[in-house]
Design a protein around this ligand. Sequence first.
Ligand code: NAD
Ligand code: TYD
Length: 352
Amino acid sequence: MSKKNILITGGAGFIGSHVVRRFVKNYPDYTIINLDKLTYAGNLANLRDIDHAPNYRFVKGDICDSEFMLEIFRQYNFEGVIHLAAESHVDRSIANPMEFIMTNIVGTVNLLNAAREIWKGDFNNKRFYHISTDEVYGSLGNSGFFTEDTRYDPHSPYSASKASSDHLVRAYYDTYGLPALISNCSNNYGSFQFPEKLIPLAINNICNNKPVPVYGTGENIRDWLFVEDHAVAIDVIYHYGKNGETYNIGGHNEWKNIDLIQLLCKVMDRKLNRPEGTSAQLITFVKDRAGHDLRYAIDSSKLQKELGWKPSLQFEEGLEKTVDWYLNNQQWVNEVTSGEYKNYYEKQYDLR
Ligand code: NAD
Ligand code: TYD
């Protein structure tokens, strides 16, 4: 029996590396081709444990390069695509929107075009799975949840670029019958997350006795999901989801930023054997993010009812695991924060 080739884009990033690992380990009948440009956010060290697996290949490449994408599709004749490659950080999108337009919109269209061209209308057993975010829905007030029918209302260049890519994926399904589906997930946390995002940034700063920047008053609310639970959802949707459908993924786990940081400070005090209250002294309220969405909260009942997925971890347990991982992987943190990150940090935060 010939093996199925599956393309995973952005597999050297945070979520992508968990998805690649899961597919390589659980599906020996697939060959997983991880295509990644290795931007500041992509790191092959995230996949060291599986990079010699016989059913794994890495290809360095840019999804914005349409010729190269066609060549790769021709070479591997993919049965499926799981598309995670993106510029993913809201603050960077505010500073430099164009890269987000290029990778998130143009890059996605290049992949759609390559799939369309190479599959040539023979969509039997083919699948194009686009990974997106709940941020496309905009901001909630104090009540309600995002469902799959919530109107798109993105506010940051990041979320607008993801919204645009979602619309294009749907347009290719409607117009060309390309067998595509989408999922929109809430905020992820866990191992291998680049320390520009709230949780790993705070862990890293607490370790180094640096201020922990909280935007505005810390009242903004995010709905947090353990990254390995997202990877399971992606596996389930890839195999059992319906083409043309959208699935929301989230853990019903809303936290005000300030409450989350307070909890994290307590965990850090315990792990670092510091008197309780030490880490919380590092909390520093800083200028709010422009266009800062107040609240995200996902209703994932469609995914739970139709495909039987549910999150496996309580937040306290996931946070504890995450803190342990960062404390045990200081070398990884030092490597990823040593280069370009320093300039970014200095520009983004006027803190010492
Ligand atoms: P990440 O920034 O950690 O990783 C992105 C990866 O894409 C990196 O490995 C990077 O090198 C690669 N990449 C960037 N530009 C590329 C290009 N032009 N060509 C090829 N590769 C390129 O992001 P993440 O947090 O792992 O997010 C992955 C996906 O999941 C994104 O599409 C994001 O929008 C979505 N998402 C993220 C979250 C979250 O909380 N992090 C939540 C919901 C959805
Ligand atoms: P982030 O991890 O950047 O994810 P997103 O913007 O995609 O939700 O931020 C999570 C929340 O934490 C968001 O409300 C912004 C806030 N935040 C801070 O308060 N301080 C920080 O240094 C960062 C990076 C984020």
